[in-house]
Design a protein around this ligand. Sequence first.
Ligand SMILES: *[C@@H]1O[C@H](CO)[C@@H](O)[C@H](O)[C@H]1NC(C)=O
Ligand SMILES: *[C@@H]1O[C@H](CO)[C@@H](O)[C@H](O)[C@H]1NC(C)=O
Ligand SMILES: *[C@@H]1O[C@H](CO)[C@@H](O)[C@H](O)[C@H]1NC(C)=O
Ligand SMILES: *[C@@H]1O[C@H](CO)[C@@H](O)[C@H](O)[C@H]1NC(C)=O
Length: 228
Amino acid sequence: MAVVSMRILSPSAFITILVWLLLTEPFGSFAQNDVDCLRAIRSSLEDPLGYLGSWDFSNSSRTSICKFIGIECWHEDDNNILNIRLPDMGLKGGFPQGIAGCRSLTGLDLSRNSITGNIPYNVSKLIGFVTSLDLSSNQLSGEIPVDLANCSFLNVLRLDSNQLTGQIPLQLSQLSRLKTFSVANNRLSGQVPTFANANITAESYANNPGLCGGPLSPCSGRSKANHN
Ligand SMILES: *[C@@H]1O[C@H](CO)[C@@H](O)[C@H](O)[C@H]1NC(C)=O
Ligand SMILES: *[C@@H]1O[C@H](CO)[C@@H](O)[C@H](O)[C@H]1NC(C)=O
Ligand SMILES: *[C@@H]1O[C@H](CO)[C@@H](O)[C@H](O)[C@H]1NC(C)=O
Ligand SMILES: *[C@@H]1O[C@H](CO)[C@@H](O)[C@H](O)[C@H]1NC(C)=O
């Protein structure tokens, strides 16, 4: 097929098409990623209160998604999404994997909803550039994925008031920009990470069954052995 169409096209027409593809494709696909990202988020979350029902994808204007509730774009004249803030909207379902399509995302707030299941083990592949991640007050369970340590731009990480279990990955201490961190009100145990540049107080760890170290009481040999 490709050979046939190359023969039919004159060289100048071929070059024109090539240049047109080179000029339009990167922008076209960037824009489409963010639209597809929001479509995927909407279809993966249950929305009993109808907030996301107001996301109207029929508007052909490129930038119409920037006016959607909870969506903030980088600039008025393109549609690269900067922040997604959907707190307290009664949303249900798992962490929306389709968010990977929002490639320029720097902030995600899904706090105070009913998000269930695990934080994806490949979270840094999904939201690797976020500076702020707030998943507090949901129903997330399972362990905190070690891959969160690869979200190296994080300033704010709030996972408090969920049902997270196991140990906090000590690799999170690699998050050199972290200023705010909370895992209070979960079911975590074991040693807490030490953060070089953040002043994390005991409050950030409150109401967990067995955390120790850092601003908490030192880990005894026995509790360390339990987690080795
Ligand atoms: C489509 O979106 C643009 C940009 O947000 C807005 O100005 C325009 O009014 C919208 N058109 C309709 C028909 O909703
Ligand atoms: C992340 O993991 C999920 C579940 O295994 C998988 O479906 C998805 O393709 C992965 N995403 C990326 C970007 O690696
Ligand atoms: C971070 O990403 C690298 C490359 O994908 C991977 O090899 C490594 O295991 C990840 N680190 C953590 C702590 O998950
Ligand atoms: C950390 O914060 C606590 C409470 O705000 C304060 O008392 C303490 O001096 C701070 N420590 C450092 C090293 O900044």
